[in-house]
Design a protein around this ligand. Structure first.
Ligand code: DMJ
Length: 487
């Protein structure tokens, strides 16, 4: 690797388009020179293209068996608790110590359905019906509660048709709603006490302000009560009203004063990532034209001001949202879903290129580190929380393009997961992916029952239980559209 000066090509999109237009005017030869900045190298140039994958049904069977390995590990050691610690055979409560809500059971519902594990689904839904009681005197993290519990119960209702799961979902959401309704700006507080309605936490990041419109919108649709959708929309508007003159956003806002407390535009990195994801999602799921407009505006500005070429790959730098000045070159693994979103949301080339940037990192570390600095290509956070984002991106790109490259790279992800994160009691997070062997931790995050195995399975399975040509999944992998029309 050479010096940054040799490798950086900081061309903004507008400049690239201008260059392409000028080249076009000058003739085809010149255009061919301007194009490479966005050109997609042939899949064959990427190592994942050479990965050997078993035939679809066999691959799907292997993935299902690995899901069951994890699920049965949870059932044996931690049933009813939020998360299993598969190495020690103990458990972890995700929201509040001493107050389990069976989070893994909630997260798994629609995965059990698509994998046709119908006895397990019945057992899980029965258990939730008989045991869940949200009258809990504890603070719940509002964003996590929405994407995990509200989304999980909604998806569970959609796949089982059980009214009881929807009733639980309404009760739970109503207990979180004060975080929105007590806020003078409409942007939610970070935490809410489920019993008292007290709220805390005044400076959430954007992901926590905007990642709710899909779950709240579905709830409004299913109940006929618009208050959930209205709360979500008001929070979005409050942020859009505070964008900079460059149409960029900072990281955190004070929900009481309405002032920015962190002016960094993170691009698709956390803790902002799904704020943008849900703008596109609200257009797809509800046809919301405001959200489409906002997605186009903000995504266009990020493409213009944040995207840069570096060592032949495209990445999103961090910038000051007011000036556009570069402030960092970190890239979180959590951003690796972004290629699929950008491709769906209008710029297929950029989306495919961004995914391939991450694919090149996967060749180096078969389980991705939590964060890298792409300027030096060094991991800046060496663990991996058993993350689903990379395969989420491959999943979306596969269904959009039907290019087998994405199945191959997903299979490579699956093999990395099996080789390094599998333990006798299921699967675990990794503390360091740069050691050999990779140093293992002791936790199976509940989201992996909703995400990793589902994305993998649905890329290979022949099933009538999911429509890959018309689907909307939440940020937590919950299937909100794409199920058979039987409900
Ligand atoms: C999940 O809870 C969701 O995917 C969320 O959007 C952020 N990331 C975690 C899994 O890594």
């Amino acid at each position: 690797m050479g010096t940054a000066a040799h490798h950086r090509t900081p061309l903004s999109r507008r400049r690239l388009l201008a260059a392409a237009a000028a080249a076009s005017a000058a003739g085809a030869g010149a255009l061919a020179q301007a194009a490479p900045a966005w050109a997609l190298p042939g899949s064959a140039a990427h190592p994942a293209a050479a990965v050997r994958v078993p035939a679809g049904p066999q691959a799907a069977g292997e993935i299902r068996a690995e899901f069951l390995h994890a699920w049965n590990g949870y059932r044996a050691a931690a049933w009813g608790h939020d998360e299993v610690r598969p190495v020690s055979g103990t458990w972890n409560e995700f929201f509040a110590a001493g107050h389990p809500v069976g989070l893994s059971v909630i997260e798994a519902l629609d995965t059990l359905y698509v994998m046709e594990l119908d006895d397990d689904l019945t057992e899980a839904a029965d258990w939730l019906e008989q045991n869940l009681d949200f009258d809990i005197d504890a603070d719940f993290h509002v964003f996590e509660a929405i994407i995990r519990v509200v989304g999980g119960l909604l998806a569970g209702h959609l796949v089982t048709g059980r009214r009881s799961l929807l009733d639980l979902c309404v009760d739970f959401t109503d207990r979180l709603l004060p975080a929105f309704t007590k806020s003078p700006t409409g942007m939610p507080y970070t935490r809410a006490n489920l019993r008292t309605g007290e709220v805390h936490g005044t400076t959430p990041p954007l992901a926590e302000i905007g990642t709710n419109i899909l779950e709240f919108g579905m709830l409004s649709k299913l109940t006929g009560d618009g208050k959930y959708y209205e709360a979500a929309k008001r929070a979005y508007r409050a942020v859009l009203d505070r964008r900079s003159s460059l149409d960029l956003l900072g990281t955190r806002l004070d929900v009481e004063t309405g002032r920015w407390t962190d002016p960094t535009d993170q691009g698709p990195n956390p803790p902002v990532d799904s704020f943008y994801e849900y703008l596109w999602g609200a257009w797809e799921l509800f046809g919301d034209r405001d959200c489409l407009r906002w997605w186009r505006l903000l995504n266009g500005a990020m493409t213009e001001h944040l995207v840069e070429e570096w060592d032949g790959h495209v990445w999103y730098r961090q910038v000051d949202f007011a000036t556009g000045e570069t402030t960092g070159r970190r890239q979180s693994e959590l951003a690796s879903f972004w290629g699929g979103l950008v491709a769906k949301g209008g710029d297929r080339r950029l989306g495919e290129r961004y995914h391939r940037s991450w694919e090149s990192v996967l060749q180096r570390w078969p389980v991705l580190p939590e964060e890298i600095d792409y300027g030096t290509m060094t991991p800046t956070s060496r663990g991996n929380q058993f993350r689903p984002e990379y395969v989420n991106g491959a999943f979306d790109l596969y269904w959009l393009t039907k290019d087998d490259f994405y199945r191959r790279t997903a299979w490579q992800y699956f093999e990395g997961m099996k080789a390094h994160a599998r333990v006798p009691g299921g699967y675990t997070i990794l503390e360091d992916v740069t050691t050999s062997p990779m140093r293992q931790g002791d936790l199976f995050p509940a989201y992996a029952f909703a995400e990793n195995f589902k994305y993998l399975y649905l890329m290979f399975a022949r099933t009538r239980r999911f429509d890959g040509s018309d689907y909307v999944l939440s940020t937590e992998g919950k299937i909100l559209r794409g199920l058979p029309r039987r409900l």
